[in-house]
Design a protein around this ligand. Sequence first.
Ligand SMILES: NC(=O)c1ccc[n+]([C@@H]2O[C@H](COP(=O)([O-])OP(=O)(O)OC[C@H]3O[C@@H](n4cnc5c(N)ncnc54)[C@H](OP(=O)(O)O)[C@@H]3O)[C@@H](O)[C@H]2O)c1
Length: 335
Amino acid sequence: MRTAVLGATGLVGREFVALLQNHPWFEVETLVASERSAGRKYGELVEDSPPEFADMELTSLEEFLRNPDVELVFSALPASIAGRVEEKLARRIPVFTNARSHRYEDDVPILVPEVNEKHLALVETQKRNRGWGGFIVANPNCSTAILALSLAPLREFGIRKIRVATMQAVSGAGFSGLSAFAIQDNVIPLIEGEEWKIENESRKIFGEIIDGKIKPAEFGISAIAARVPVLHGHTEAVFVELENPDISEIKKAFERFDPLRAYRLPSYEKPIAYSEVPQPRLHRDRGRGLTVTVGRVENADSGIKYVALGHNLVRGAAGGSILNAELAYALRILH
Ligand SMILES: NC(=O)c1ccc[n+]([C@@H]2O[C@H](COP(=O)([O-])OP(=O)(O)OC[C@H]3O[C@@H](n4cnc5c(N)ncnc54)[C@H](OP(=O)(O)O)[C@@H]3O)[C@@H](O)[C@H]2O)c1
């Protein structure tokens, strides 16, 4: 399918471009960025550009919107502009986005394919509701994506309550998000809006579709989000109260969790791997960045505690979005 990447020069956009090289289903034809980058070669702005994209000229967003002649859009735009742009495109083209702009709308799924595959059915409701030919599928926020994946095997043990403290990498804030001076030798236990997103997006992801809307899951959830001086990879300390905290069965459930293997999606990797001591430098690139590493799994109070770690730009953003589109393709929702 002829594909465009919006925000291609940003941190998430670069991952999209890297992950989409030689993709068997999606062919990147157009790289879109702001007026600042328009007309320049991708390789001039992105030093480690894959060779096949180095000579591709960047298109400005305004120019792209005049004639968006593609069949699929991946969006890594800032939320400040993504809302109106994605809505305009989705009238005709499927849009897979990382921005938060549409995540909380009733008929827009927040998809983590290994967790809530069934929510993809909402795109038909969305198209009907809005009279669109295309649709919007959102990713969760990066820390939520990692948390949700680690919680999925725990569903069969009856999740009652979740407490999570995150240690999030600086790349989660985008290129211009954080000054080196602020984060060196420091921990900043406040990321504006992040805790609300973790709590509400998790409830939506684990919710059920009833009458064309998602009824959020009813478990209790509370988060504290901190920024730490790590380049890539979010680490999360998670405490889960469970109806049946059988630790040896829980460890087996983490190990066997492999729900989408049968689809043979090109980017699919076993979603969860185990390590005694998960660490960003050692484990963020597991499974091409799509695998979440879980470790330190122990009984605690009326449940368990563990540490989960994942690559924020891949599992938490571009890689997750590509997996979403691959699932839609495999289910013949895209063609
Ligand atoms: N970083 C993460 O871990 C992460 C994880 C999940 C979701 N997200 C979400 O993904 C999106 C992108 O994040 P990021 O971290 O990649 O941001 P970023 O590094 O700041 O990149 C932003 C991209 O958007 C382009 N852009 C900015 N203003 C524009 C405009 N007015 N018109 C057209 N293009 C414009 C930039 O192009 P120029 O280079 O030309 O300025 C750049 O390509 C955001 O919505 C973010 O919340 C990020």
